[in-house]
Design a protein around this ligand. Structure first.
Ligand code: GLU
Length: 292
């Protein structure tokens, strides 16, 4: 019974939404599927029936998730979330966006505050103890950003040779842990809750280096008017996953299938967001990892 009711509701809402959203063909708005059918009891059926969902993302990262003037975030992660929502008949305006800073991502999933997190979120074993990752949908890598006139730092090996220099990153991020082996001492590390504060601290000279994923740093370099530069090569691998409730394998597989079925929208999403930043390259959707 529940299954039939769900289908009816999805179909009805979908019609209204498709008239309103009008998206898909030109890649400007993701397709909102009007005839999605899901097995009763799945997360997809529940979300489709609700006609809305809550997504955790970043609000301070140009190209991936940056709060816009309309108070909704913009970026590649935001567009990826819209593709997934659209496949359940949920239009962009029916997504509630919550800021998910690096440190709270597992927690907001565990607490059920969000239905998924799409937030430059590296898949790793420690996090996978608490949540399930769909994806990867993108492969980033850790790098360093410095002021354009800094000639002392050309890669992570130079940090310990400059023990007076401060390195900024974000609490709960993989880069903040991976940088430790390159430091003369932990005193060199400055941690904030968001990267925007590291960027400001670099700009006003409170820190000398910012470290996180290359694509996040490129967004800041792009907006810095020549003030900042990236140095060295990427020195880690950061495969981005979509975080969902631990053990929800059906939802994980649905997300992976949705992305595979929407590669054109994925590329269009990239090109309209992170792809506009100088120095980025259009990715190919990576092969998904098994859902566990
Ligand atoms: N991808 C890394 C992570 O998940 C760094 C970016 C971020 O903090 O969101 O920790």
């Amino acid at each position: 019974m529940r299954f039939t009711r769900t289908k009816a509701i999805v179909a009805a809402t979908g019609l209204a939404l498709s008239l309103a959203a009008c998206g898909g063909d030109d890649g400007s708005e993701p397709e909102v599927v009007t005839d999605a059918e899901f097995e009763a009891g799945t997360t997809m059926a529940e979300l489709a029936e609700a006609g809305s969902m809550t997504v955790g993302t970043k609000f301070d990262q140009p190209g991936f998730g940056l709060l816009g003037l309309e108070d909704t975030p913009e970026g590649f992660d935001v567009e990826v979330a819209k593709i997934i929502a659209g496949a359940m008949g949920i239009a962009p305006e029916d997504i509630e966006w919550k800021q998910a800073t690096s440190d709270i991502r597992e927690q907001v999933i565990e607490d059920g505050e969000v239905d998924m997190v799409v937030a430059t979120y590296t898949i790793n074993e420690e996090r996978a103890q608490r949540i399930t990752f769909a994806g990867p949908y993108y492969e980033a890598g850790q790098q360093l950003m410095v002021n354009a006139d800094n000639d002392s730092i050309n890669g992570p090996e130079d940090i310990a040779d400059n023990p007076d220099m401060k390195v900024c990153s974000v609490t709960g991020s993989t880069p903040s842990e991976q940088i430790r082996e390159y430091l003369a001492s932990d005193d060199q590390l400055v941690l904030f809750d968001i990267y925007d504060k590291c960027k400001d601290a670099l700009g006003n000279g409170q820190v000398d280096i910012v470290t996180t994923d290359n694509v996040i740093l490129l967004g800041y370099v792009d907006g810095s008017d020549g003030e900042f530069k990236l140095v060295g090569e990427q020195f880690t691998e950061e495969p981005y996953g979509i975080g969902i409730e631990k053990g929800d394998v059906e939802f994980c597989e649905f997300i992976n299938e949705t992305l595979a079925d929407n590669e054109d929208a994925y590329v269009a999403a990239w090109e309209a967001t992170a792809g506009e930043v100088e120095g980025t390259e259009t990715p190919e959707l990576p092969e998904p990892a098994p859902c566990v």
